[in-house]
Design a protein around this ligand. Structure first.
Ligand code: NAD
Length: 493
């Protein structure tokens, strides 16, 4: 049986989209599985709307409709939810919140364990954090106070630092849990298991055997209803600075001395510190941006709703990342992400070197039939590991053919895999920060992204430059071909 933790949640943005789609179902699953102490748990939801507790509970019950075993179970869960209409910019509102938290804490005997979740537009993060402290919403009787914060964490290094300083006035770094939901994905967590649980893998996880690494976060859809936010952000901020950098740090890190959060994070930070920060000229050379055009049925980006028709926002990024350390010298990490691409998926391709001597070709002087070995980790939408080897074609002679070893998550494993938000909220309840982004990681990633951003803000792009349904602009293929390489996945496959 799971260990149940007593907790009072204070959720800012309780009427919002994320809360309904992700947070309530996740907290419900934790409740159902016994990870939250069902007798000692309450949630105060806040938002601008004037809702009653009953209205709030109705919304919560709707959001868990699919996963509740019975109406009674859904009602029992929702009965722990309380609503307060609250304007986060009005300091006096926090006094009422503090009183209410103390009241519920006593009623449910929660012993002061508090989780503050800010699920609102980022310009409110600092204001909420500050007022929570000033107005005594944090408990002081030995329970824990933890802050979960949504993305985006700043829009460049300076704004991220300003935000971090604002949070730092109320919460210590070890109390801040910055959500990056990619860190809650099963296959991303599996990277650590595959690497450090298998000498077979870790032994060849270096520049002696690996030729290059490719990370692809591909989206099939365009901006949809997020255009208002997206046009001010772009793919570099939306996908590279956070999710991609997090995955890179896990792929590139050294073995931590233990699986504790401080040890794992220390190595991730060390990896990011060894990442080469480009000069502006290097950024021009090693990063490619794109914006999708039209293909008849599909509008081009500039004609999407809420997008200015002269927008220079990139909907695609590809680039080469280098780590200056002994393990990774001369191994490029190619990354790419974009909207309106061939399909929706996230995958990591580890491309190994070919044998130095090909005895099969040497035998009759023919062309090599050997392919690079590739280890592909499919992160989304399926959890799959495929190792592409070379093998012998059945029959006479020594003809080679690809031999793939595949592991696909089965239905039982799928059912046991929590949604990223469920996993991450559970980790926060346990005080395990392994799968949250630390300030040192976030700030280093901004240092890297800022150089590229500045170059792109200065240079005029030639947009649109890729067709919906493709895998991005030609320049992204050229980035690899000039190094004598190619993307393992391309749209022709
Ligand atoms: P939303 O616009 O749907 O909800 C915003 C919430 O903030 C509402 O509850 C609203 O009442 C509240 N709010 C706004 N101004 C307020 C004020 N002055 N005082 C009190 N409450 C106020 O936003 P969302 O889509 O739920 O996103 C919330 C956060 O999560 C954002 O940081 C977003 O970037 C992040 N996020 C959202 C998604 C998603 O799928 N929706 C995914 C990833 C990250």
């Amino acid at each position: 049986m799971a260990t149940a933790t007593r907790a009072l949640f204070m959720l800012f943005g309780a009427t919002g989209d994320l809360a309904k789609r992700k947070l309530y179902p996740s907290i419900f699953n934790l409740f159902k599985k016994g990870y939250i102490d069902n007798d000692h748990f309450a949630l105060i939801g806040t938002g601008r709307r004037e809702w009653s507790d009953d209205t709030f509970r109705g919304v919560v019950m709707d959001s868990i409709n699919d996963s509740a075993d019975s109406d009674e179970q859904a009602q029992s869960f929702a009965s722990h939810f309380y609503y307060m209409s609250h304007d986060v910019t009005k300091p006096e509102h926090y006094d009422a919140l503090s009183d209410y938290a103390n009241k519920l804490d006593a009623q449910y005997e929660i012993n002061g364990n508090r989780i503050f979740y800010i699920s609102m537009a980022p310009n409110f993060f600092g204001t909420v954090a500050k007022n929570l402290k000033v107005h005594n919403c944090l408990s002081d009787n030995g329970g824990f106070n933890r802050l979960i914060i949504e993305k985006p964490f700043g829009r460049d290094y300076d704004s991220a630092e300003e935000l971090n300083n604002a949070l730092g006035k109320s919460f210590n770094e070890d109390q801040v849990y910055r959500i990056d939901h990619y860190l809650g994905k099963e296959m991303v967590q599996n990277i650590l298991a595959l690497r450090f649980g298998n000498p077979l893998v870790e032994g060849i996880w270096n520049n002696k055997y690996i030729d290059n690494v490719q990370v692809t976060l591909s989206e099939k859809l365009g901006v949809e209803e997020r255009a208002g936010y997206y046009d001010g952000a772009g793919a570099l901020r939306d996908m590279i600075q956070n999710h991609t950098m997090q995955m890179l740090s896990i792929l590139a890190m050294e073995q931590p001395i233990s699986f504790r959060d401080v040890d794992v994070r220390r190595e991730k930070i060390r990896a990011l510190r060894s990442m080469h920060i480009y000069t502006p000229d290097e950024a021009r050379e090693n990063f490619v941006r794109g914006q999708y055009g039209s293909n008849g049925d599909q509008k081009d980006y500039r004609h999407e709703d809420n997008v200015p028709n002269d927008s220079t926002t990139e909907t695609y990024v590809a680039g080469k990342v280098e780590f200056n350390n002994q393990r990774w010298a001369n191994v490029p990490f190619y990354i790419r992400t974009g909207k309106m691409l061939t399909d929706k998926f996230t995958r990591i391709d580890i491309v190994f070197k070919k044998p130095l001597i090909d005895i099969f070709a040497a035998a009759d002087n023919s062309e090599s039939q050997l392919n690079n070995n590739v280890l592909t980790l499919f992160v989304d939408p399926v959890n799959k590991v495929v190792l592409h080897l070379n093998g012998k074609k059945a029959g006479q002679g020594m003809e080679m053919k690809p031999l793939d070893l595949t592991h696909v998550q089965n239905d039982e494993e799928k059912a046991a895999t929590p949604e990223p938000y469920e996993r991450l909220i559970h980790d926060a309840i346990l005080g395990n920060a392994t799968n949250f982004a630390s300030w040192d990681e976030v700030s280093r990633a901004w240092e890297f992204a800022d150089v590229i951003r500045h170059v792109w803000d200065t240079d005029q792009p030639d947009f649109p430059n890729y067709t919906p349904g493709s895998m991005g602009p030609k320049a992204a293929d050229d980035l690899l071909s000039r190094d004598g390489r190619a993307w393992v996945f391309n749209s022709k496959k």
